[in-house]
Design a protein. Structure first.
Length: 119
C-alpha cells in the first residue's frame, strides 16, 4: 500500500503545475484523497481533498483544482496562477471519511514533491 506524489518543480510566478498522486496496492476511488503542503519550520496545512465532495483551502479556491482519474488510479492537483507563497513540499494522503476542512488522514501518506515558485 503506497502513494507516489510527483509533478513538482520550479515554476515562475503566474505559472502552472499539475501534481499527481498515484496509488499502488489499493484503489484510490475507495478512499478520500487529500493534498497537504509544508514549508520547513512551519506546520503542515491542508490544500484540498476529494471524497464524497471536494474541499479547498481559502488560498486554493479559484486557483487549484483536484480531480480523479479512476483508470489510472491517480488523483491530480492542477495548480494555476502560482505565487511565491505556494512554495512548499506537497504531500498526498488517503484515508476513509468524508472530505472537508475537518478531514485529516492517518492511514497512508506519500513521500512529497517539492514545488518552488520563483522568478
Amino acid at each position: 500500500v503506497q502513494l507516489q506524489a510527483s509533478g513538482g518543480g520550479l515554476v515562475q510566478p503566474g505559472g502552472s503545475l499539475r501534481l499527481s498522486c498515484t496509488a499502488s496496492g489499493f484503489i484510490l476511488d475507495d478512499y478520500t484523497i487529500g493534498w497537504f503542503r509544508q514549508v520547513p519550520g512551519e506546520e503542515r496545512e491542508a490544500v484540498s481533498c476529494i471524497g464524497g465532495g471536494t474541499y479547498y483551502a481559502d488560498f486554493a479556491k479559484g486557483r487549484f483544482t483536484i480531480s480523479r482519474d479512476s483508470a489510472k488510479n491517480t488523483v491530480y492537483l492542477q495548480m494555476n496562477s502560482l505565487k511565491p507563497e505556494d512554495t512548499a513540499v506537497y504531500y498526498c494522503a488517503s484515508d476513509i471519511g468524508a472530505c472537508g476542512y475537518w478531514w485529516y488522514p492517518l492511514a497512508t501518506w506519500g513521500q512529497g514533491t517539492l514545488v518552488t515558485v520563483s522568478s
